[in-house]
Design a protein around this ligand. Structure first.
Ligand code: SAH
Ligand code: SF4
Ligand code: F3S
Length: 491
């Protein structure tokens, strides 16, 4: 459900306890850790890196916070509300710590990076503070904290990509996995805290990415989502041509991987070639950077999903300029048009911020209007939340009253509801290949999966032999605003 006060905050509401199944026998582990993650998918992917680092040290994961010797909270700073949620959670852990002295609480991620040692001063019962580029030092920091010291490492790095660390898949459905391909962000969107909390952009070694995806496929995974704040600026210069890419041909029989530079389009192609049975998704695309080459690569491979998350933020060129998004309203619209020319069936979603500094009713109308033009299948919608230290905080006044921000947000949410419903209604009668992810939450007689366009489709199991991870052909016969409903068709 959308919430008027918060917007659809898919990001910061995503939270989860994590456990690794191999923690069942506590006697083999030195310590047990519990990890809870907030924020974007990249933070969730980082928690899997952290779990891997801790595993190697002989620490086992637990899903029960009461059993943990170490509590990790991987935090998000994107909006004020995200930080408030974490602070509330920390007060609960504080009570736990009083009950079980000796339990250590560690704050990881973007809030750790933003607040640094202030965290230790403000939150007296936090023992360890670690920024996103310092997870390798976690074991040493834990030892320090056990010795009674307050342990902190918030150094950002220009190189760290954790390329060699094989993530421990936490809470995975065994079908879809997230694979981090780059870290940090070099864009300076004026509202955004990420460049400050995640540091400079750097791309991960292409061979290690392809290898990770291949291993996932060999272990039964059917879908990988490549993650980065701005995946289209992925750029990796190979030290030398890796043997794993020798002799790779694209579908036209041309050699790919020549030269030493791997662009995002090339990376997509290399991963798509692992197997036609492995779906490839990616997030997020910055409208200024997504190229025709990427669009054509998507179009060429049936297993690269026809879905692009293309955050617009605002439909007003004046506001986009203040946001430092570096594109205009017209540029964005041309991009949407281009996507639809090359892939008429491509799903598109967006992120939208209402009530940015100086936004007037005209600007707001431009946003509503660009949403209708783009016909988004869905959007993540927020009202502007000023973040300390950002360009907007330093340069502009946060001058739109909260009730105006929220009223505009509600208008954006209402319009998106109509657009989503309209988009779903257009799918009635159509046939989609669906990857089965799980049983439907509401009805164990039904499966739930997604179309290439990233739409959720629910359908009766129908006494068929299909199971999780299978591809199945579905005809859509009904829909709600959020979901398509269908039935299995024999082809
Ligand atoms: N790298 C991605 C976005 C990452 S943050 C991109 O460039 O699109 C996810 C979303 O949070 C952003 O797209 C933006 O819509 C929203 N967001 C970021 N900072 C915000 C702020 N200060 N207030 C409200 N929403 C914000
Ligand atoms: Fe933030 Fe902009 Fe970078 Fe996205 S591209 S993470 S919004 S600075
Ligand atoms: Fe939040 Fe950091 Fe991601 S601020 S959205 S967890 S990069």
């Amino acid at each position: 459900m959308f919430d008027l006060i918060t917007g659809k905050v898919q990001d910061e509401n995503r939270q989860g306890e994590a456990y690794a199944p191999f923690a069942n026998d506590p006697s083999v582990y030195k310590k047990r850790f519990y990890i809870e993650s907030y924020g974007c998918q990249m933070n969730f992917a980082d928690s899997e890196i952290v779990a891997s680092i801790l595993n190697k040290e002989g620490f086992g994961a637990t899903r029960n916070v009461e059993d943990a010797d170490l509590i990790f909270v991987n935090t998000c700073s994107i909006r004020e509300k995200a930080e408030q949620t974490v602070r509330k959670r920390l007060t609960e852990f504080r009570k736990l710590k009083k009950k079980r002295p000796g339990t250590l609480v560690a704050v990881l991620g973007c809030m750790a990076e933003r607040l640094k040692s202030k965290f230790l001063e403000e939150e007296k019962l936090v023992d360890i503070v670690v920024g996103p580029d310092a997870y390798r030092t976690l074991p040493a920091l834990v030892t320090e904290a056990e010795g009674g010291q307050r342990a902190i490492n918030v150094l950002l790095s220009r190189e760290e990509t954790y390329a060699d660390i094989s993530p421990v898949r936490l809470n995975s459905n065994g079908i879809s996995a997230f694979v981090s391909i780059m870290r940090g962000c070099n864009n300076m969107c004026s509202f955004c805290v990420v460049p400050f909390t995640r540091g400079r952009e750097r791309s991960r070694d292409a061979a290690s990415i392809v290898q990770e995806c291949r291993e996932l496929f060999e272990n039964g995974y059917k879908e990988v989502t490549l993650l980065g704040q701005n995946v289209d600026s992925y750029y990796y210069a190979m030290p030398s041509q890796p043997s794993s890419m020798d002799g790779h041909l694209n579908e036209q029989g041309q050699s790919i991987g020549d030269g030493n530079v791997i662009t995002f389009a090339l990376l997509l192609e290399l991963i798509a070639q692992i197997s036609p049975e492995l779906r490839v998704r990616f997030s997020t695309s910055h409208p200024k950077d997504i190229t025709d080459e990427v669009l054509h690569t998507m179009a060429r491979y049936q297993n690269i999903c026809k879905y692009i998350h293309l955050p617009v933020q605002s439909g007003s060129t004046r506001i986009l300029q203040l946001m430092n998004r570096t594109y205009t309203r017209e540029w964005y619209m041309a991009k949407v048009k281009r996507i639809r020319e090359i892939m008429p069936d491509c799903g598109i979603s967006s992120d939208i911020i209402t009530g940015f500094c100086t936004e007037n009713e005209e600007d707001h109308k431009d946003t509503l209007n660009i949403m209708a033009y783009s016909r988004y299948d869905f959007s993540y919608m927020f009202f502007y939340s000023e973040r300390p230290g950002t360009l907007a905080h330093r340069r502009y006044q946060d001058d739109i009253p909260e009730e105006t921000k929220k009223r505009r947000l509600q208008e954006v949410i209402d319009l998106q509801g109509r657009l989503s419903h309209e988009s779903n209604r257009k799918d009635l009668g159509k046939i989609f290949i669906v990857l089965i992810e799980s049983e439907s939450k509401k009805d164990s007689n039904k499966w739930m999966g997604r179309s290439s366009q990233n739409k959720v489709i629910v359908f009766p199991k129908d006494n068929s032999n299909y199971t999780k991870g299978d591809y199945v052909t579905i005809k859509v016969n009904d829909c709600t605003q959020a979901t398509l409903l269908g039935e299995i068709v024999k082809m």
